[in-house]
Design a protein around this ligand. Sequence first.
Ligand code: ZN
Length: 242
Amino acid sequence: MKTVTVVTELRAGGNEVGFNAAYPEGMDACLCSLVSDAGYKVNLIHTSPEHDGSALTDEILQETDVLIWWGHAFHHFVLDSVAERVANRVNRGMGIIFLHSAHFSKPFKKLMGTSCALSWREANEKERVWAIDPVHPIARGIPESFVIEREEMYGEPFYIPTPDELVFLGWFKGGEVMRSGCVWRRGRGKVFFFQPGHETFPTYKNGHVRRIILNAIEYIMPDEVASSLGGAHVPVPLEPLD
Ligand code: ZN
């Protein structure tokens, strides 16, 4: 059975009464049940000022085929060594999905090598998500466009390396646009960034969004994760083939 590990911030989307109403059960539980209902084994790891990500142990990483990362306010509490280990495993083949404000997480920045800054606005506004590559496997079953009634605006310029595959474009009521669904190859692994998912809105209960996340898991799922980064990076003797 393939394993998906979900990393979210503690109390993201309402683990505490009164935090907010979008996820009375917790955004973590919402994401975990989406993944487990699809037949994957799920691990859940929290980050917070008291949780520095070290719960994402080598043992858990070693069994993880795809990692999903959602973070917002606690990025800087995550140890650099954890981001390093995550990026190393991506380079060896693990798939990774960064959701929404995880664009500023340490592992995303490490894998991108750019500032990953963008413009944003919290105004409860409508977003229209366009599947600009409608035949991409991550867009399977998704209409040409769909509306998320309330989202946080994330807009360009988004300081990322040019995506290897651009699947979705977001348009906001204020007129801004955003590369909202992007794939990169890093070493043997694939990275998917998906922009919707502000914690005060029930975005991860939207049927199209759920389908996109499951499609992405399938698309970036490795057959296997290599035990090393590959390539000894040493001179090799010339051995003529004929
Ligand atoms: Zn947000």
